[in-house]
Design a protein around this ligand. Sequence first.
Ligand SMILES: Cc1cc2nc3c(=O)[nH]c(=O)nc-3n(C[C@H](O)[C@H](O)[C@H](O)COP(=O)(O)O)c2cc1C
Length: 194
Amino acid sequence: MDKLNLPVLLGTNRKERRSIHAAKWLVGEMQKRADIETRLFDVSEFSLPHDDYGQAIKDHFPEWRDAIIQADGLVIVSPEYNHGYPGALKAVLDLLLKEYIHKAVAFVGVSAGPWGGSRVIEAMVPMVRELGLTVTFTDLNFPSIQKKFDEQGKLQDPAYEQRAKDFLDELVWMSRTLKWGRENIPSKFHQSQG
Ligand SMILES: Cc1cc2nc3c(=O)[nH]c(=O)nc-3n(C[C@H](O)[C@H](O)[C@H](O)COP(=O)(O)O)c2cc1C
């Protein structure tokens, strides 16, 4: 079967962010699989203007625009900031709209506290629904992130390998199903992506 194109978006630009370890480790797991191609996008690499916002400026970010046009789904890695998601993540997601429609999204939640970003994931669900994305039900949670990776980003808990496999298997199923739907069942939302 064809490889699915599933980019990963890291949602924080905080200097000392620990969620980068989770994002890089997951990209490594994805790259081991024959059914996925991926690349990491990092909100800290988007030079967002201070006086403009949204789809009006999407063509300033052609790599992101074209990656989402070509994507079959998306992984969002987000830390939990006061039970919500970072503003930078929202600003990057808001650059596009129709490009997301009828594609899958899977969430990785990262927190210093014990809940593994479950509250930020719940906060993201209604937001991505408005983008036309379809949410998987198998999240990947990293509670106490400071204990999960060492300073070099080496994972300390081998249980995550099976968790990541289950998480990715579900994302692949959902992405493949939606890809078939986009290619075979007409919808007024599947207009040209130019
Ligand atoms: C503005 C801010 C708000 C935060 N709010 C929470 C929170 O609500 N719950 C929590 O468990 N950790 C919270 N944290 C701690 C982060 O979960 C912690 O920094 C963790 O390492 C993941 O974020 P990071 O990728 O920025 O490091 C907060 C951190 C910041 C900077």
